[in-house]
Design a protein around this ligand. Structure first.
Ligand code: SAH
Ligand code: SF4
Length: 374
């Protein structure tokens, strides 16, 4: 494994899906099957050091060392919640950090990954949105989150094959970073990559319709849509991208996405954050049921997770239950998401409140430390 400050001209192989890796090997004058061999080392065995890839031959390994690297994000911190949720603070460069969360339950291990540092969508109830937008993550930084989580869980904590599902529900709007998430999705689905079935990789979006339509033709993964309100007046306030792509347009895009999937039993998951007195009343439940009734879907109610400075409050449990009961009565499968990892601020929407501050603090401490040594 090479460090963060290695030669920037080297290609980080975590950023290349199989097709791109084959092209890279062709450029080196190598056979395409080398790409599959290399992927197995990186993704199946978690090996990042070319010298350990014994079936590649000395000459090729030397070439790889010269031209390429497998550079993974640096783990600045790891926290473990009482409920088993783990959160990593990953440092991407001197000024930028993101969070990745692992949520184990009885039959699944879900890794919640980030696609951007911050987010420009500015949803009014989201800590990441309030922090603003810094930059897109590269494909290598997106895939690197899975690589690191696998390494931490397996090699360090002894939990083998822990990650069964990947969800883009960390920081950032994945469809606003389309170019970089697409190869990452390929690597998650590829048998020579993480080999996950398309039902186990979920992209969650606030509703960037043009890129959702584009994705429909290019990659088949499970879709979650952050709806949060059943009418435009309210959604404009909660999810401002709605002013550009209103609900009717978003619903058409969902239907289109579903129509392009090659399974008949697929559904879209509508996420709906429960905000006390804002979007949790019976009239809105009725509007929501009317809105989604002709789309194969599930509704995922997310109890609001508070963060410093927000004026929203979580809906009381009995209000959430009534909302869910109504939707069930209308024939809509409705799940209330359990809040996980909130003791370590790892729950939905709590990510990144203080990440950038912490990265800056660490950077400053590092600098002071260096200066003290000089
Ligand atoms: N940007 C994408 C994916 C990341 S957010 C999106 O918005 O879909 C993942 C989910 O957490 C989204 O449904 C988002 O609306 C929700 N969320 C954001 N802030 C939240 C909060 N404070 N409490 C509960 N859920 C929140
Ligand atoms: Fe961005 Fe999603 Fe947060 Fe909205 S909810 S600000 S899209 S991360």
């Amino acid at each position: 494994m090479t460090g963060m400050h290695e030669n920037a001209a080297k290609v980080n192989l975590l950023g290349l899906d199989r097709r791109a890796l084959e092209a890279f090997f062709a450029e080196l004058g190598e056979q395409p099957f080398r790409a599959r061999q290399l992927m197995q080392w990186i993704y199946h065995r978690g090996v990042a050091d070319f010298d350990a890839m014994t079936d590649l031959g000395k000459g090729l390994r030397a070439k790889l060392r010269e031209r390429a690297e497998v550079r993974v994000p640096e783990v600045s911190d790891e926290q473990l919640s009482d409920d088993g949720t783990r959160k990593w603070l990953l440092r991407m460069d001197a000024a930028n950090g993101i969070e990745t969360v692992f949520i184990p339950d009885a039959e699944r291990g879900t890794l919640c990954i980030s696609s951007q540092v911050g987010c420009a969508m500015d949803c009014s109830f989201c800590a990441t949105g309030k922090q603003g937008f810094n930059r897109n993550l590269t494909t290598a930084e997106i895939v690197g989150q899975v690589w690191i989580a696998n390494q931490r869980l397996g090699a360090i904590h002894g939990i083998e094959r822990a990650i069964t599902n990947i969800v883009f529900m960390g920081m950032g709007e994945p469809l606003a970073n389309y170019k970089n998430i697409l190869p990452a999705l390929h690597i998650f689905l590829d048998d020579f990559g993480y080999g996950l079935s398309k039902r186990r990789v979920t992209l969650s979006t606030s509703g960037l319709v043009p890129n959702l339509l584009k994705l429909a033709g290019e990659c088949d993964v499970a879709l979650a849509v952050s709806l949060h309100a059943p009418n435009d007046a309210l959604r404009d306030v909660l999810v401002p991208i709605n002013k550009v792509h209103p609900i009717a347009e978003l619903m058409d895009a969902c239907r289109h996405y579903m129509a392009n999937q090659d399974h008949s039993h697929v559904h879209v998951t509508f996420e709906y954050v429960m905000l006390d007195g804002v979007n949790d009343g019976p009239e809105l439940a009725r509007q929501l049921a009317d809105l989604v009734k002709d789309i194969p879907c599930k509704v995922n109610l997310i109890p609001f997770n508070p963060f410093p400075g927000t004026h929203y409050r979580r809906s009381p449990q009995d209000v959430i239950d009534r909302f869910a009961d109504y939707l069930w009565r209308r024939g809509i499968v409705t799940i209330t998401r359990r809040t996980r990892g909130d003791d370590i601020d790892a729950a939905c929407g709590q990510l990144a409140g203080q990440v950038q501050d912490r990265i800056r603090r660490q950077e400053r401490q590092g600098r002071d430390h260096m200066e003290a040594r000089v």
